[in-house]
Design a protein around this ligand. Structure first.
Ligand code: PAF
Length: 286
């Protein structure tokens, strides 16, 4: 595997390659990331991965400085997956001057859910992803469904800017007990780790309540709001601090109206909640 930090070196190395499959990451790689590499291999050749902890997507009180950086271990894992190039720029390589041009997602997608609680997050994500796409020029790029809203934001960005990149969604990889794999799980104490599975348990409970009640006459937006409130209350009662548990339409992540619910609109439940100092997110399609 070639490890490249400089944009020009990357371009030289990839010249003539028009089937590149790309997996952008922030490192601290776990089995979830490795599953993205394997999926990438089915969508192009060669596979290029990147590791870059992108300052632009972290808020002032977030964990940019303490975000886990495990470069040597990451390299060993990518070697095993047969990744051809690891693009691992330093900040001076990717942002040699202040990044004044930024990509702003539309308010109704970028400022809801994660965007409401992490202002500027998706602007930072879109800006770095577009820049990485410009460096790597992939034919396909893989993003995990664990970051459901991020996947949608990137897909829409590609559509609106006519970027010739096929965005490939990857299923969430979970531990045996159901917890979605995430670099932030490493922040959990052992008692928090045991409690953490309550997040997916809560989402499963929401999923089954919606499916149960859906058939009943008059099931509508007020019932959805009650199920969301009950789920948040449950988590609060166990010591979590939920930012949201939200049942939304899969196609645009907005709330479903009574008539959309009556027509069995495809839904997803998304949640973000803090356990101790660690903020976890997860989602489940309904
Ligand atoms: O999902 C992530 O790890 C990051 O948001 C991404 C897509 C690599 C952009 O920094």
């Amino acid at each position: 595997m070639k490890i490249i930090s400089n944009i020009q070196d990357l371009r030289d190395q990839l010249r003539g390659q028009n089937r590149v499959a790309f997996v952008p990451t922030m490192g601290n790689l776990h089995e979830g990331h490795l599953s993205l590499m394997r999926l990438a291999r089915q969508h192009g050749d060669p596979v290029v991965a990147s590791i870059f902890v992108n300052r632009l997507q972290f808020g002032p009180n977030e964990d940019f400085d303490k975000y886990p950086r495990t470069f040597e271990a990451d390299v060993a894992k990518l070697e095993k997956e047969g990744v051809y190039i690891l693009f691992a720029p330093e900040e001076k390589d990717l942002y040699p001057e202040p990044q004044e041009y930024r990509i702003e997602p539309p308010h109704n997608l970028g400022d809801i859910l994660e965007g409401e609680f992490r202002p500027g997050f998706f602007k930072g994500v879109c800006t770095v992803v577009l820049k990485l796409f410009s460096c790597v020029q992939p034919q396909a790029a893989v993003f995990g469904k664990k970051d459901y809203q991020q996947l949608m934001v990137i897909r829409r960005m590609c559509q609106q800017l006519a970027l010739p990149v096929d965005i490939v969604p990857a299923e969430t990889v979970r531990a045996d007990d159901g917890l979605a794999l995430s670099s932030r799980n490493g922040y959990l104490s052992s008692s928090e780790r045991a409690e953490a599975i309550q997040l997916i348990q809560t989402l499963k409970q929401v999923q089954s309540e919606v499916l149960d009640q859906w058939q009943k006459a008059g099931f509508g937006a007020k019932d959805i709001a009650a199920i969301e409130a009950q789920a948040q209350e449950y988590l609060r009662g166990r010591g979590w601090k939920p930012d949201y548990v939200a049942i939304r339409k899969r196609r645009d992540l907005l709330s479903a109206s009574d008539s959309e619910l009556a027509q069995q609109e495809a839904l997803v439940v998304l949640a973000a909640a803090k356990l101790g100092n660690t903020r976890l997110i997860d989602n489940l399609e309904i």
